[in-house]
Design a protein around this ligand. Structure first.
Ligand code: BG6
Length: 561
């Protein structure tokens, strides 16, 4: 969200008490194909195939926020980047705004040895770098920091979990945390199954042990294809009930993404036209100006299909296309989202080339600065076939959307950071103003997810004057100016929801599998195609020409953002 600033919200009353994620052994076979290039070569028989697959005012009268039960948050991967940049700053922000209970403790878990004090000092330094609100108030930090302790151990060593069990019982007694525990897996995905197994063996999942609830938050990526996601779900299911599991896609915690539901179902006038009778097509864009930064090796194994299509883009599509749920509870909502994914046929290999475009950035210029090509980035194969851009033309084959294309695109090193959903309505059935100097464009509704969060409606208006000239004009709502408050970071929203036991904004097992069911055939089809002619777009451009051609074939073009 926005940069650092002086807090606008009321003074906190909770006053007076970095580094890489530790590498964990990967359960994947050594010779298993990891990158797109490996996979294609394996298909061509040039590489041994994988033997075993892995895994102001408008705010007046708002409701008072709920405060979660007393509890301990157990943070696996506590010395890692995600914990330092996102999880702990979000917890601190919740604490300073009194959204965490007084009886609260954090136990950080990692492989490296740390004294509690040294661990706290590192977290404190990360808050200076990553907190949404600065400066950090000393008294608030003191009260928050004294609730943090560190527990060392190897994720593969059962002694870690047995020791943890005793430690958590002690903390319950000291802190009055009542046996409630939220386990947060902010580790490398290869460690997820191991940690879940360890927790299970130590009985740390049992809700009846000493009372209290036990929940687990699992970060993305959840699996790397359909098979591994199913296997991981099975491992999770051996230990935790689905109701205890919170799979994160941080896009769902973004304020404007949550507003999609309010916009659609809190207003009476849009829902009737949210339909193939009126909608020509939908465009969803997730553009990033950054490259892969320091995550070259992660990205080599992920690519835009896994990093964006399977999760963020599919989530946005589901929220746009879903039917109104009967109630606002987690399962009713997620049932409707899953129905959307079910209505999307997995693509046959022969159809992939016509409906999906992949691209990779070469050297170029972004915001006036020279930018290296993907193949020149650190930890990237100089002949990499991994895609940094993806565009897709998908259909939701149900009563509401049959025949309406959903065009999705996401890419790194595009000209700017912008996430937007555009609902393009049909032209009027009869062009009454064809004599006019300028034909108006069809209506358009753009939901700007970030930055410059807001909603824009384009409609035709008469140009003042004696003739009848018609032009398109925009009605524009921006969050910043309408509400004059900062939005919470997505992690604040999601962590608070997990602590409150509300899973609405988390991905359910069947949902994650359905999304992989759509993306996996695409990745597999690519592996059977010849090596792509990468790089095919310059850093700082709007992606490969093939992406424009994808829409041009349908007589459409990408909206200029
Ligand atoms: C992550 C992806 O899920 O989302 C990153 O792994 C991406 O590649 C990030 O940069 C974007 O998140 P946001 O909140 O900055 O839009």
């Amino acid at each position: 969200m926005a940069g650092k600033r002086v807090p606008k919200d009321p003074a906190p009353v909770n006053a007076p008490s970095d580094q890489p994620i530790p590498a964990q052994p990967s359960p994947r076979a050594k010779d298993a194909p990891r990158t797109m290039k490996d996979l294609r070569e394996a298909r061509e028989g040039r590489r041994a195939p994988r033997t075993k697959a892995p895994e102001n005012v408008l705010r007046e009268g708002l409701r008072l926020e709920k405060v979660p039960d007393q509890c301990i948050l157990v943070l696996f991967g506590a010395t890692g980047d995600l914990a330092h940049r996102k999880v702990v700053p979000a917890l601190f922000q919740l604490w300073r705004t009194n959204l965490l209970p007084h009886e609260f403790a954090i136990v950080g878990i990692g492989r490296r040895p740390y004294a509690d004090e040294a661990f706290r000092a590192e977290l404190r330094a990360s808050l200076d770098a990553f907190s949404r609100v600065l400066p950090i108030e000393a008294a608030v930090w003191e009260a928050f920091g004294e609730r943090i302790t560190y527990h060392r151990g190897d994720f593969g060593d059962q002694a870690l979990y047995d020791g943890l069990s005793a430690r958590l019982d002690e903390l319950d007694a000291q802190r009055g945390t009542a046996g409630n525990r939220l386990y947060y897996l902010a580790t490398q995905p290869s460690a997820f199954a191991q940690i879940i197994d360890g927790l299970g063996r130590a009985g740390l999942d049992h809700e009846h042990h000493g009372g209290g609830w036990r929940r687990i938050v699992i970060e993305k990526p959840f699996g790397r294809d359909l098979g591994s996601a199913i296997r991981l779900n099975r491992e999770v299911g051996k230990v935790f009930r689905e109701a205890q599991v919170y799979r994160i896609d941080h896009y769902l915690g973004k304020e404007t993404v949550r507003n999609i539901l309010v916009f659609r179902f809190g207003n009476g006038i849009f829902e009737p036209i949210w339909h193939r009778r009126y909608v020509d097509h939908v465009q969803i864009t997730v553009a990033e100006s950054i490259g892969v930064e320091k995550r070259g090796s992660f990205y080599e194994e992920a690519g835009a299909s896994r990093d964006f299509l399977q999760n963020h883009l599919m989530q946005l599509l589901s929220l746009v296309a879903m039917e109104p749920p009967a109630t606002f509870d987690a399962d009713a909502l997620r049932d409707e989202k899953v129905k959307v994914l079910r209505a999307m046929e997995p693509m046959a290999p022969a159809d992939v080339a016509a409906a999906i475009v992949r691209g990779q950035y070469g050297p170029g210029w972004v915001a006036g600065e020279p930018a290296a090509g993907y193949r020149q980035e650190a930890e990237v194969d100089p002949e990499s076939e991994t895609e940094t851009y993806i565009a897709a033309r998908l259909f939701v084959d149900d009563w509401r959307w049959a025949g309406v294309p959903f065009y999705l695109r996401a890419g790194k090193r595009l000209p700017k950071r912008a996430t937007e959903i555009a609902i393009q309505f049909k032209q009027v059935p009869h062009a009454l103003f064809k004599e006019s100097n300028a034909d108006p464009e069809a209506n358009l509704l753009a939901l700007r997810i970030q930055p410059d969060e807001g909603i824009l409606l384009r409609f035709a208006a008469k140009v003042p004057g004696l003739g009848v000239d018609v032009r398109s004009v925009n009605m524009d709502f921006t969050y910043g100016s309408a509400f004059s408050v900062d939005s919470p970071d997505a992690y604040e929203t999601l962590i608070l929801d997990a602590l409150l036991g509300d899973a609405s904004l988390f991905t359910r097992a069947d949902e994650v599998e359905k999304a992989w069911g759509i993306v996996t055939p695409i990745i597999e089809a690519w592996a059977d195609q010849p090596a792509p002619a990468f790089p095919d777009y310059a850093a700082g451009s709007w992606g490969p020409e093939a992406a424009d051609a994808l829409l041009a074939r349908d007589g459409r073009r990408w909206r200029r953002i």
